[in-house]
Design a protein around this ligand. Structure first.
Ligand SMILES: Nc1nc2c(c(=O)[nH]1)N[C@H]1C(S)=C(S)[C@@H](COP(=O)(O)O)O[C@H]1N2
Ligand SMILES: [Mo]
Length: 253
């Protein structure tokens, strides 16, 4: 079987859905010779590598009584642009999440549509690299369900999150790879601590990708874009913080 699976096929397969590949190839991954080839390849998709070594790993979830009494807000506290201010005044009734890029069915989803989708609730710890943490409760549809609904193309390798705010004069954006995009704890949250997300925390929706650091948790998400490469977004490092502070673009905890 290993003769038939080329490195290229593996790399492409990871983007299409690591789960599918893994279900068929679990035994292959445990084979020592095969692991050597796989893990020594420079261009092996990082998502696949993590999927094989760590595919059941979930971020820790907490009990309601462990939630932080205060969850501070950080970075942009209100995008403050005329467009955002107008949308907020209408309680985001006319806001739509733009789903663009490498999709067979690109779409625009209203807040009502997002709220009607099956949702996940998770109580997790947010870790900011600036040295604080807080435990909060998040609720919203799984990003993977949205990607399936819009029929993401196998060529997609990253999801880019376009945000409404400028931070120090630059558009805030973030990105995650397809492994994190389909991770069950990756949701587009519209509720925080049992109430609609407030403006300081990212209204109307924000990303929660619970295995990643605080700066990856994009607030004020206006659009998601499926892309093959990160070049051309900001300075190409995968996000606002990566571009400007040189954090690693895989901000795993
Ligand atoms: N759009 C946007 N998203 C953002 C930021 C930001 O400034 N703008 N700051 C990031 C950082 S560094 C952290 S720690 C968290 C803070 O989320 P909170 O305000 O809900 O605590 O949001 C992240 N997402
Ligand atoms: Mo942060």
């Amino acid at each position: 079987m290993s003769n038939l699976i080329t490195r290229r096929a593996l790399v492409g397969g990871a983007a299409a859905g690591a789960g599918l590949l893994l279900s068929g190839c679990d035994k292959l991954a445990q084979n020592e010779g095969f692991r050597k080839i796989l893990f020594s390849a420079d261009d092996v998709h990082r998502g696949l590598q993590r999927a094989l070594s760590n595919r059941h790993s979930l971020a820790k979830e907490f009990r309601p009584d462990q939630m932080s009494p205060v969850f501070r807000a950080n970075g942009t506290l209100n995008p403050g642009t005329p467009e955002y201010t107008a949308m907020a005044a209408e309680k985001f009734a006319n806001w739509k999440l733009q789903v663009t890029g490498l999709f067979n069915r690109p779409m625009a989803l209203s807040l009502a549509q997002l709220k009607s989708m099956p949702a996940r609730t998770q109580i997790t710890r947010h870790d900011c690299v600036e040295g604080w943490s807080a435990i909060g409760k998040w609720h919203g549809p799984m990003l993977g369900d949205i990607l399936k609904r819009a029929d993401v193309k196998p060529s997609a390798r990253y999801i880019v999150f376009h945000c409404a705010d400028l931070f120090h004069g630059k558009n805030y954006y973030e990105s995650i790879d397809m492994f994190d995009a389909f991770h069950p704890q990756t949701i587009l949250a519209w509720m925080m601590n049992d109430a609609p997300i407030t403006i300081p925390h990212g209204a109307p929706i924000r990303l929660r990708a619970e295995r990643l650091l605080g700066y990856k948790q994009a607030k004020y998400v206006m659009g998601i874009e499926a892309v093959e490469a990160l070049e051309g977004f900001g300075s190409g490092q995968g996000g606002y913080w990566e571009d400007n502070v040189e954090y690693d673009s895989y901000a795993g905890i």
